[in-house]
Design a protein around this ligand. Sequence first.
Ligand SMILES: [Fe+2]
Length: 394
Amino acid sequence: MILKALKKQIKWPWWPLLPLYPYGQRKTIFKELIPNKVWCFDQLQGTYYVAIPIRLIVAKVNGGLMLFNPLPPTEELLNSLKRLEDLHGPVKSIVLPTASGLEHKIPLPFLLRFFPDAKIWICPGQWSFPLNLPLEWIGIPKNRTNILFADGLPHKECCDWITLGPLDIGPGRFQEISCFHKLSNSLLVTDALVAIASSPPEIFDFDPTPLLFHARDRGDMPLEDSDDIRRKGWSRIVLFASFLRPKYLDIPSLSYVLKNAFKRDLFKPKAHFGLYPFDWKDGWETSTKEILGEKKPKIQIAPVIERLVFPRAKIAFSDWLNELKKIKTMKWLISSHYSSLVVFSQKDLNILIRDIKSRKWAIDSENWGFLGWLDKKLLKLRVVPKDPLRKFRD
Ligand SMILES: [Fe+2]
């Protein structure tokens, strides 16, 4: 009975629109990040158990609340949001601050229906693939929708808005509009920056299966659980999510995968029937150092974003970082992936800028090999342009 009620609370029937794990069952974790000022809702999202947190940020604004980066509005999420409205006022605005982020774009039409009085603000240059459909066709009503910058900016009394991009990435544009929320001194971002810790995020406490699945070495190994196993699984998931195919990962032969699959105790969907098409080579642990922060979450541009979105546009990323330098009161970073709240002062920003200036950008070696190969392939096929800034110059 309880299980049935819980399943109803976390049900997301529209998952086939973006068929990613955990599909139709989206557990949500609600957290207050900065007392009475910023909150967040975390869900998981991924492919083949390579799942990372994805986040809707709620910020206090004059007279109510602003929702930043929509997520699937499950009953569980809406109930917590209603309680927040009772305490802090109604949802005044819903912001989709990214031009390309499908994971936030798809839930927007479903979320906005529950807040008919809220204004909608979206990043310019929205696009869909393979067909570039008009906004109304994807359920975003024109009469309630404003384009950030072109139609003004929301909550200017407590928010500063900073653009990253636009860049031409072939089928559409990459652009995200970050928000500096002055009430809490926090910078709200979508994909521009992430902070990654070496311990797995809290949301895996609900169901640690992805961690246990990836901590193994073969498909016939049972899914065992301990703190160390969870950390091991998390490290591998981060390597996958960061580099798609990290250096120390081999894909074993099909016969090897099949030989270890379909064992009795693992013949269930939850264990993917024992199908485990990965082979981690010795030394993989050392390669996590560049992305995982041991003592505190490591703040970085996600490698997949650096190598596939900004490989020939470091200047655009640097311009954005330089804009952040003007925000003297910045204290926190709240990103829509990985760690939710991390210290991010001008000192931390300067460390990040120094690191980016001193190291090579968008390399092809070590863990970055596959990303580099993929970018070159897309460039050769003319899927992505040589100069991603040309279209937007002048
Ligand atoms: Fe994202």
